[in-house]
Design a protein around this ligand. Structure first.
Ligand code: ADE
Ligand code: ZN
Length: 335
């Protein structure tokens, strides 16, 4: 491996990556008064609650970062700052995801939100792409269909919108209810990943695979069903695993049993990601260190995680080839 300290993040939420510094800069630019001027208090407001017991608690942290991204300027700068911040942590390619429908509080349309985020992406020095999140929820179908239409309109192979996702409270709004959305995405040729097997179990992953998901967000609970595990292996569908997030949301109750290495050994295409690094208080290099120090991730396994990320990325062959050269031995390209 050419350099041990370079990474790819395929599962990174924009609103989960707003650090104290970025929040202050977004507030300054838009003349927004933050709820506190004290950095430590702001840090607490932007962090997972200490008594977080579920994904539902975890998702309560997003109101503040989202409130700073309700204008084109706020959203554009957020994308640029989050991506540039990732560079300083060793990330060389990132897919940043956000839900355009969560940025319309002050009258911005979903399309304006997408265009603003695209501007931010272009201004960043980091190579990357955008994934548009649809949202689980009571009344999100129309907004989700609009997001899908925008993904179709702006879809590119590289350097822009490359896929859609389904985010939000999985335990409350089951994946199977989003069938029509993803069948249409498939008809349109819009690739998608779906958060599944995080707050809900194997059936959620099975539904996502049934719709034709190219990747699964988390998928950590695949072990709950041996037949499903076999299906994940046979289909070669990559899992975007995020261990610190899974610990904090209690997706996995006993972290001693965290299945990442077992999945790798069984031939599942596992990738390692952050999810919401600022909210969780982590970085991608810390996730790798956590896997190495706590679970004994070997050098070869680390290389495999990086190789899986290159192959799973929603990007062009030419970018994949560059990433392979930079992250992996040349010989990996032919394997
Ligand atoms: N939005 C931000 N983080 C999320 C997660 N871990 N699961 C579902 N939706 C999210
Ligand atoms: Zn996520």
């Amino acid at each position: 491996m050419s350099n041990n300290r370079e990474y790819i993040d395929l599962h990174l939420h924009l609103d989960g990556a707003i650090t104290v510094e970025i929040a202050k800069e977004l507030a300054r630019l838009q003349e927004i008064t933050l709820p506190t001027e004290d950095d430590d208090e702001l840090q607490t407001l932007l962090s997972v609650p200490k008594d977080c017991t579920s994904l539902n608690d975890f998702l309560s942290c997003f109101a503040l970062p989202d409130s700073l991204m309700q204008t084109e300027e706020g959203l554009r700068e957020a994308v640029r700052l989050v991506m540039d911040n990732a560079i300083s942590q060793g990330v060389i390619y990132a897919e940043v995801r956000f839900a355009p429908q969560l940025h319309t509080d002050k009258g911005m349309s979903q399309e304006q939100a997408v265009l603003a985020a695209l501007d931010g992406l272009k201004q960043s020095k980091l190579k990357g792409n955008l994934i548009l999140c649809c949202m689980r929820g009571e009344n999100t179908m129309d907004a989700n269909l609009e997001t899908l239409e925008l993904a179709k309109k702006y879809l590119v192979e590289d350097g822009g919108v490359v896929a859609i996702d389904l985010a939000g409270a999985e335990a409350l709004f089951p994946t199977k209810d989003y069938r029509d959305l993803f069948i249409r995405a498939r008809e349109y040729g819009v690739p998608f990943t779906i958060h599944a097997g995080e707050a809900d179990g194997a059936d959620s992953i099975r539904a996502a695979l049934g719709f034709g998901a190219s990747r699964i967000g988390h998928g950590v609970r695949s072990y709950e069903d041996a037949a499903l595990m076999q299906l994940v292996i046979e289909r070669g569908v990559p899992l975007e695993m995020c261990p610190t997030s899974n610990r904090q949301t209690h997706a996995v109750e006993n972290m001693d049993d965290y299945p990442l290495i077992d999945y790798l050994e069984k031939g599942i295409k596992v990738t390692l990601n952050t999810d919401d690094p600022a909210i969780e208080g982590t970085t991608l290099s810390e996730e790798f260190r956590y896997m190495e120090e706590t679970f004994g991730l070997t050098r070869e396994q680390k290389k495999l995680l990086l190789k899986n990320a290159v192959e799973a990325a929603f990007t062009s062959e030419s970018v994949k080839s560059e990433l392979r050269k930079r992250l992996l031995c040349e010989s990996m390209e032919t394997q």
